[in-house]
Every structure is written in C-alpha cells, then in structure tokens.
Write a protein that binds this ligand. Structure first.
Ligand code: AMP
Length: 461
C-alpha cells in the first residue's frame, strides 16, 4: 500500500477569470454546457478538470451543490471520446459508484446532458427496479456505468458485467457510502478493477475510515478541497419557529400559502409521518407527494419527477430519500421535524439555493426538540434567527432565547463581529423581516443575480 501524497490545488488564476474553454474542453462538450447555461466553471471544476484531463488521480472534498458532478463527468466524457475504443458488451470503460438510487439517476442525467453531442453511452443501474432491462443494456455495451454498490455486485456476481476494462473509476459521496454500510461492497468492487486506471474519490468529509479507503484506491492524487464551513448554505435565509407539536400542520399550511410560487420541500423524521402529512395537506386542498424508503423505486422516481416538473409543488421527504436530491427551483425547505443528526439539517437546507439561486429554510421546533436545535446551532456555530409573530405562536411555545438551552442565541452570543468579518450584524437577528429577522450565512445581506464563485463553490452567487 502506498502512502498518499497530495497536492492541494489553489485556483490560479482566480476562478472568475477561468472559462470552460480555458479548461481545454472539446467543442461538443462546450456546446452542451452552453445549452445548460453554464457560463463559468465552479471552483471545484476549475481546480479538478485540468488535472483529470491529464489522467491524475484525485481526492475531492466537496458536497453536492458545488458542481462536483460536472467536475468529474466532463473530463470522463472528454477522455473517453478522445480514444475510439469500440463498445464491448458487459465491459464499461468508466464506472461511477453512488450511494443512493436517486443520486445515481441524477448523475446519469448529468452525463446525458453534458455528453449530448458525443457518441458515448451511459447507463445507471440500481436496486429496487427490474434487473432484466439493465442486463440487456449491459450486454449491448455501455461506455459509462453509474451504479449503486449492491446492484453492481449482484450484476457482477451473475457475470452480467465485468469491471476489468474500467479506465476511470469514481467513488462519489464516499462518507455517505460508509454511513450506509457499503464498505465491504466497495472494497470488493475495488479488487475487481484493473490496476491501471484513473481513480477519483469524492467525499464531503475525510474521517479516518475514508482516508484508509483512499489509500487503497488512489495513487499520488491531486487533492482538491472545497470546504467552506457551511458549503451550500450561505445564500439560504434561515428561520426557526417555536411551535406546539399539534400546531405544526397549521403552520405548514400557512407558509405554503404564503409562498404561492416555487417548490417546497418538507422534511419529516418518520416515513409514516410523511404519508400522514400528505393526507392532511390534501384535506387542506394542497396537492403534495411523499418520498421515503418504504416506497418502491418507481414510486419514488415518479414522485421526484412530478416535483421536478412542478406537477406537485410540495414534496414531503425523509432524509434518506432526499439525500442528494438536486431539483432546481426549490425556494423553501421546511424542517417540519428537526433532524436527530445535526448534520442532516445542513444537508436538508442545502436542497434550496441550488446553483446560485436564493432560498429560504424554515424549521419548526416544538418543546421536545429544543436539544436538537441546540445541537444544530452548535454545529453551524451560530443561532438560527427566531421568526416571531407567526400564527401559531403561543406563550408556552416561546423561544428559550437567552438561556443555557441555546448557547448561540442572540443574548448569549459573544461579540461576534470580532469573530467573523462582515458576518452577523445584530440587525440580522432582531430585524424587520416578518417580525423575526433572518440569517444568510456569510452575512452582509448580499443578493447577487450572477455567480461570484468563492472557495465555497456556488454558495455565494
Ligand atoms: P452538483 O454539486 O454536481 O450536484 O451540482 C449542483 C448544481 O449546480 C446542479 O444543478 C448543476 O446542474 C449545477 N451546475 C454545475 N456546474 C455548474 C456551472 N458551472 N454553472 C452553473 N451551474 C452549474
């Protein structure tokens, strides 16, 4: 096993001066990007693509929302298109492993869009849907295979796919893979790959288990890090509503009606709660759909498509089902229940404010959830402004703002202006907006229409 020697790449020239043509991408790819209205590469794209085009291995520390899919998809397309190897049945030339079906389907869509003007084929394989069409497609041959680990192993064991011709391998969301218990599958899959290959590993975090995995996977990698303290959330206006549990439905209806445009993603903790909430919304005349792990893959995809296309403006989701969902036009994320794991809060609210748009995130907190709120605020190292004057406010649901329960609440904060340049001005908290104030990470209330990439990826447009 070789030690990892990494090169941390800093953007030079500054990202705003880099264009896709500077990155030496081929004309058909540039044309596809133009159709997608991508005007400039995001930092992770600007930093990764040149190295990947040269065949280097890479460790990318980045979350969804930073443009990481294109960061690996564009060089893969370019490299495969440059060498005219004929399709070989069952033997893909590029393999992308993704932790969830939704993410695999999304990555496949991206390959379809970016590779629109190239003669390369791609296929996504994941569980929960019939094997036969996947087997048929594999036996015809595909250039790029996007797979979840379980289904890939099934197909490999049954000899419907062989990984011995993989030239480029991508392990996406590696930390999530380990969370979901895929470590053995991944290690097994790596043993099936040819030793001569280009390998890429993307992960939002780098705990020791991922470092160990990386050691066996990548060789002399470039390390590209897009690690702001709050990656995609800087443009999100966040608020917390203290509310009694039995009033949460009413409050949700209030916010949905208050925001007649844009898609609304509502997070709940339990699957049965997602169904119940959808039924209750229907009774209030609001069309909504649920997405959670007990639904079949087909039903989940249909729900997601209905949402994406705007046929259902409201999607009620549990965390697993929503992880990695990249739907444009989500203007409001509601944390109907606060998540048990504080990290989920950041993932949840990151579903809005995608690709440079602004977004709003409202969290409901009942009395039993105050410790969850405290953990979230500890994690994000700042208080979430309290929305006061909402229709379900009650004396007993009031904010415990200045006590030990919310160490980061307004009255309990140390002098923040000295901690964070341009950050948290007091007006961000007690401000004049809907009586409650709002926080946009990064402070200073900027709202620019055009991207202005920072180290944080798309977070600060
Ligand atoms: P990802 O981090 O790959 O999930 O991408 C997040 C979102 O950014 C997706 O909706 C992409 O379509 C979009 N995106 C990726 N690269 C660019 C770019 N250079 N310019 C504008 N949007 C982009």
């Amino acid at each position: 096993m070789t030690a990892i020697t990494t090169t941390t790449v800093t953007p030079s020239p500054t990202p705003s001066t880099i264009t896709f043509s500077n990155l030496a991408l081929a004309e058909p790819i540039l044309r596809a990007l133009q159709e997608k209205d991508y005007t400039e590469p995001s930092p992770i794209q600007a930093q990764s693509i040149p190295h990947l085009l040269q065949g280097r291995d890479l460790i990318g520390i980045a979350q969804t929302g930073t443009g990481k899919t294109a960061a690996f998809a564009l060089p893969i397309l370019q490299r495969l298109a440059a060498s005219s190897t004929p399709l070989t049945p069952k033997r893909p030339r590029a393999l992308i492993l993704a932790p969830t079906r939704e993410l695999a389907a999304q990555i496949a869509q991206s390959f379809g869009a970016y590779g629109k003007f190239l003669k390369l084929s791609h296929l996504a394989v994941f569980g929960g849907v019939s094997l036969s069409p996947q087997i048929r497609a594999l036996s015809r041959g595909v250039d790029i295979l996007i797979a979840t680990p379980g289904r890939l192993m099934d197909l490999e064991r049954q000899k419907h796919v062989s990984l011995d011709k993989v030239e480029i391998f991508v392990l996406d969301e590696a930390d999530r893979m380990l969370d979901l218990g895929f470590v053995h599958e991944i290690k097994r899959i790596i043993t099936k790959l040819p030793p001569r290959r280009q390998s890429l590993l993307f992960s939002a975090t780098m705990p020791p288990a991922i470092k160990e995995l990386a050691t066996s996977l990548v060789h002399n990698p470039v390390r590209v890090e897009v690690t702001p303290d709050s990656p995609t959330v800087e443009r999100i206006e966040q608020q917390i509503c203290f509310v009694e549990r039995h009033d949460k439905n009413k409050l949700l209806v209030h916010f949905i009606k208050q925001k007649p445009e844009g898609l609304v993603l509502v997070f709940v903790r339990m699957k049965h709660m997602a169904n119940k909430l959808v039924d209750q919304l229907h009774k209030d005349g609001i069309l909504a759909e649920a997405i959670h792990g007990n639904k079949s893959q087909g039903a989940r995809q249909r729900a997601l498509e209905n949402f994406r296309a705007g046929r259902r403006r409201i999607l009620v989701a549990t965390d697993i089902a929503a992880r990695g969902i990249d739907v444009k036009g989500i203007t409001l994320v509601v944390n109907f229940d606060l998540p048990e794991e504080p990290e989920s809060y950041v993932h949840r609210i990151g579903r809005t404010a995608r690709a440079g748009l602004d977004g709003q995130a409202i969290a409901f907190c009942d009395r039993s959830e105050r410790n969850l709120l405290r953990n979230i605020e500890r994690l994000i190292r700042r208080p979430i402004p309290v929305l006061k004057g909402h229709p379900c406010e009650s004396a007993s649901s009031h904010a415990p703002e200045q006590n030990a329960e919310r160490p980061f609440a307004a009255g309990n904060r140390p002098n923040r202006s000295s901690q964070r340049p341009g950050g948290f001005r007091s007006s961000s908290f007690g401000g004049n907006r809907t009586g409650g104030g709002s926080s946009r990470f990064g402070g200073a209330g900027e709202r620019k229409a055009r991207p202005a990439f920072t180290k944080a990826g798309f977070s600060r447009f």
